[in-house]
Design a binder for this molecule. Structure first.
Ligand SMILES: Nc1ncnc2c1ncn2[C@@H]1O[C@H](COP(=O)(O)OP(=O)(O)O)[C@@H](O)[C@H]1O
Ligand SMILES: CC(C)(COP(=O)(O)O)[C@@H](O)C(=O)NCCC(=O)O
Length: 398
């Protein structure tokens, strides 16, 4: 479990149980469950449509992020129970107090596990469409959070200044278990233009079988120490060490991922797991980068934002995707990454509280609260809460 919360430098961590958890939203995906919740100490007076007033826990506070493996859903239920996050669901002012708590949720698991949430926590999952949520989450982050988007190439990270008047259209590529590609034209205006079944689940699934790794983080760690050239067939391997310059292929370009394995006369056990992992990571990242660019080209899009937990802020993954986009677009298109890349769906589900019962929910005055170190921008690969991050903001109901 990776749990990121609070952490404004120089400020003390809030005791969440003392504070007020106002809302919880979930994204239950094929691999991971993502939680976003908002904590505040303020109570805000709200007036419902019939003119009745009541207290609603919106105000100045912060978003917190946590994630669990979907296969360990019971840990997630326990976390929600222990932190009493489910008490911060949405209950319409008109509703009698005995009514079941409603929690916004998205992802396939919001259907698959709906009964389990009712049974274990008495929570009714209010399902929101996954693609709607991804887009809402991405638009929110891009518009509201300072230094959210960045480019990453050859070890260089550069934050991208987002011009709110010139954000659309863009291509959103969400790399989860599988990959969805969406052309985004505005708030709630988008089309899912493509996807691929070769995604994060493929890396983890194939990698586990080929290396016997016990965790995703272990597999990723291996890739850092590997050399893909041991297994990949390069252009130079085919062309006697030379470039194939007539078509723009250098000798070091991968001609065929895993291609060396056909002629090496070796068994799986003869290859180092490190090299297998690196080759696999590169194959999948490169393929996604290429398909993304081709879709951007289809619609004349210059900007491609990548989300999803597969990226997880990992330098080598981002580098490979960026190089692929750069290579195929001849430098015309840019791959951009998001700091909260794994939480687009969950944030989008959170935003959807605004559609039901809190019509005028407005997100205001967002302040980035955490400074990030090194090249690890997203969740720590080992799943430990070594990096604290949250988004501090104010929410007003009016
Ligand atoms: N701790 C982890 N356990 C499993 N997969 C992880 C982990 N951290 C990152 N991943 C990667 O993230 C992918 C899931 O990304 P995510 O955006 O959460 O998709 P989904 O919504 O399908 O769960 C996995 O398939 C895997 O490649
Ligand atoms: C089915 C999904 C939308 C589910 O989302 P996920 O849990 O992978 O984040 C996604 O896995 C996907 O888009 N797969 C690719 C399917 C395809 O276009 O071939």
């Amino acid at each position: 479990m990776d749990h990121r919360e609070a952490g404004i430098p120089g400020k003390s961590e809030p005791n969440l149980l003392d504070g007020h958890i106002s809302h919880l939203a979930l994204d239950i995906g094929g691999s991971l469950i993502k939680l976003v919740y908002f904590s505040t100490n303020d109570d805000v007076d709200v007036v419902d449509k019939a003119g009745r007033s009541g207290k609603e826990s919106l105000g100045k506070g912060r978003f917190h992020f946590a994630n669990f493996e979907t296969s360990k859903i019971n840990d997630c239920l326990e976390f929600i129970q222990t932190k009493q996050l489910h008490l911060g669901g949405c209950r319409h002012l008109e509703a009698p107090p005995t009514d079941m708590t409603i929690i916004k949720a998205t992802g396939g698991g919001s259907y698959k596990y709906a009964d389990l949430f009712i049974e274990k926590l008495g929570i009714c999952l209010d399902k929101e469409d996954e693609m709607d949520c991804l887009v809402a989450g991405a638009n929110f982050l891009l518009k509201a959070v300072h230094q959210e988007a960045f480019t990453y190439m050859h070890g260089q990270k550069e934050f991208v200044q987002i011009d709110h008047n010139d954000l659309y259209p863009y291509l959103l590529v969400n790399i989860g278990s599988g990959v969805s590609m969406l052309k985004v034209d505005g708030e709630g205006k988008f089309e899912r233009v493509s996807g691929t079944n070769v995604g994060g689940g493929t890396f983890w699934g194939l990698g586990r079988l080929l290396t016997n790794c016990k965790s995703f983080d272990e597999l990723l760690e291996l890739s850092h120490k590997g050399n893909n050239r041991v297994i990949d067939m390069l252009v130079g391997d085919i062309y006697g060490g030379m470039d194939y310059s007539k078509v723009g292929l250098s000798s070091t370009t991968i001609a065929s991922s895993f291609g060396k394995a056909i002629s090496d006369n070796k068994e799986l056990a003869d290859y180092r797991p490190e090299d297998i992992s690196r080759s696999l990571l590169r194959m999948i990242s490169n393929n996604i980068g290429q398909i993304s660019y081709l879709n951007a080209l289809r619609f004349g899009l210059k900007r491609i934002f990548f989300g999803g937990f597969f990226i997880g802020g990992h330098a080598y993954t981002m580098d490979t995707i960026s190089v692929a986009v750069h290579f195929w677009s001849k430098g015309e298109a840019k791959a951009m990454f998001l700091r909260h890349e794994g939480f687009l769906g969950a944030l989008g589900a959170f935003m959807s509280y605004g559609k039901h019962g809190f019509d005028d929910l407005m997100f205001h005055q967002l302040i980035q609260s955490a400074s990030l170190a090194g090249d690890k921008i997203g969740s720590p690969p080992n799943g430990k809460s070594s990096e604290n991050e949250s988004i501090e903001c104010s929410i007003y109901a009016s």
